[in-house]
Design a protein around this ligand. Structure first.
Ligand code: MF3
Ligand code: CO
Length: 258
């Protein structure tokens, strides 16, 4: 992946700020009794009013799978990622809910930003709180290692060591990614120590998404019949946090800071 120009970085900064604001905007509505599709339509409206385009809506698809049909991924409890935001589903007290959102900005020929958080609704168990806290902290720790010339493998090592020290599983079937002109660019950013990443280094001006997906139990996942929703194979709770990050000479700039 080539380094972003000054102009591209400025656009992604602006996009990242809007994206974080869109996510902030829906959080207060996520309570027991909320229909998830209402959150999805609020997020879509926010993005369009701000001059962006939802990045996930219409993404992918094949002979077997429909293109992704929503603005948000809303992944509840044992759902790890890609729960469909337009589903007919109501949040319950005790649910932990992952919100993943992406945008191209500006609407014409835009650049992508992408982020995710996991929050609790109503009364949350201590085990669920701990999972969310550790997953969020693993992202913060990984980001603290980001700077020019650091091996991509380091990111995975940091996430894996921290999360496994808490007895958690690190999902391997999905990874973070480069981002910019496309939602998904090289390099893949693994959340575990992956030898295939050994030769890849972060370089100044790269923009990447780091997105640990962590479960209370096994790291193994399975796909729902809808072709999108990915959940833990053992039904244990999962959490997901993500930021879009600019690699700088001496550190990182979080473009999607809340
Ligand atoms: N944050 C996720 C990712 O980077 C969301 C993708 S959802 C999809 O892969 F619908 F666009 F696939
Ligand atoms: Co992503």
């Amino acid at each position: 992946m080539t380094a972003k120009t000054r102009e591209e970085i400025e656009i992604m900064r602006e996009g990242g700020r809007i994206l974080a604001a869109a996510l902030q905007h829906i959080v207060p509505y996520a309570e027991p009794g909320t229909h998830v599709r209402d959150l999805d339509s609020r997020a879509e409206e926010y993005i369009r009013n701000a001059g962006g385009i939802p990045a996930f809506l219409g993404y992918g698809g094949s002979k077997e799978t429909l293109p992704y049909p929503a603005t948000l991924c809303i992944s509840i409890n044992d759902e790890v990622v890609h729960g469909i935001g337009t589903r007919d589903r109501v949040l319950q007290s005790g649910d932990i809910v992952g919100f993943d959102i992406g945008m191209a900005y500006p609407a014409d020929n835009g650049l992508y930003t992408d982020m995710a958080i996991t929050i609790g609704t109503g009364r949350i168990s201590d085990a669920a709180m701990r999972l969310m806290r550790v997953t969020k902290e693993s992202l913060a720790r990984a980001i603290s290692f980001v700077r020019h010339d650091v091996a991509v493998r380091t990111i995975g090592k940091v996430v894996q060591q921290y999360c496994e020290s808490h007895g958690y599983g690190v999902v391997r079937d999905l990874t973070g990614h480069g981002i910019g002109k496309n939602l998904h660019e090289d390099p893949p950013i693994f959340n575990y120590d992956e030898p295939r990443a050994a030769a890849t280094r972060l370089t100044e001006g790269m923009t990447i998404c780091i997105e640990p997906m962590i479960s209370v139990g096994t790291w193994k996942v399975k796909m729902d019949p809808d072709g999108w929703t990915i959940r833990t194979a053992d039904g244990s709770l999962a959490a997901h946090f993500e930021h879009t990050i600019l690699v700088q000479r001496n550190g990182a700039e979080i473009l999607t800071e809340l």
